[in-house]
Ligand binder design. Sequence first.
Ligand SMILES: Cc1ncc(COP(=O)(O)O)c(C=O)c1O
Length: 373
Amino acid sequence: MTTGLLNVPISDTKEQYYNHKAEFDTAIARVLERSWFVLGQEGTAFEQEFAHFLGAKFAFGVGNGTDAIQLGLRACGVGVGDEVITTPHTALFTLLAISQAGAKPVLVDIDPKTGLIDPELIEAKITPQTKAIVPVHLYGQAADLDPILELARVKGVVVVEDSCQAHGTLYKGQATGTFGQIGTYSFYPSKNLGAFGDGGAVVTNDPKIADKLVQLRNGGQSERYHHNLMGVNSRLDEIQAAILRVKLTYLAGWNEARRERAALYNQLLADSWVQIPVEREYGRHIYHLYVINLGSRDERDGLQQFLKEKGVGTGIHYPIPAHLQKAYRWLGLAKGDLPKTEETSDRILSLPMFPELLLEQVEQVCKLIKSYR
Ligand SMILES: Cc1ncc(COP(=O)(O)O)c(C=O)c1O
């Protein structure tokens, strides 16, 4: 007998553990037996394998994605008094990382169709203090990089890609995170490539920047007890690296599974009252999140509540634009200053999305959404 109540979470990290338990257990035991926990063989092997997966020259494991962005900026020489252009429609951690590097975030509104930074609006925000642009590959879709890279080249500023939601996303056939001077990743557990704890990585093709990153993440040391720079202590530990090595072998298949689920959502919701995500033809979206748009905040909130009552988990990424967060009041921006972002954050809803989500569950969720109106 069915109660009509579903049990569909927005994401689920347990399934991957159970599906590959023996491999994880072996990997973790290997580290424990070796009893070398920080900056060892697993980390180095993971860095090489992750760089290879992306087609980058260097990858360095760090403590989390926020540190990855902070250290990436610092390795490019960004610091106190500099301005860094980014989007207000992101995890606030993108801005916090800019602040931690000592710089001031300067916000540019989005293309409401995709939620991605609007490249056309960037040039007007460039000043003599601008040192970097941080495009965010939001939800697993690439920002439109060509105009951004060209503008950065002309203006002499660096590009640090926030690829924290885009592990394997392509832009014109090439992995995001490998276009700018720096690419940054988060391995927060629910990411497409997620650790069993915090983790992150910084990617670059530039040997000079690589040399600086190696020092910055390790207290600024060039060798033990020789601190050249005021670095931080932010290293990916050996257990997380060993876990990520297992997961990396499945990542391409998991991304494909997410795309398959997104395609089914698209198909089933195409002729409904909700607006399905816009996928730009220049790239390959890996659907870290599957985000629909509703007509208004009331409609979105109503649907979210209805789905909750039916046992379907959803999320809002993100409900408060960066410039309206208390922590960034000092930027001096107010409601109405970045209208596309403000409107978007009122209307979006993230539906259940993870590789193990059953196609039947996608069908059930779509049926409920259609029945709501
Ligand atoms: C777009 C984006 N940037 C930065 C971060 C920060 O990553 P972390 O949580 O690993 O510090 C995240 C994840 O929360 C993110 O989604």
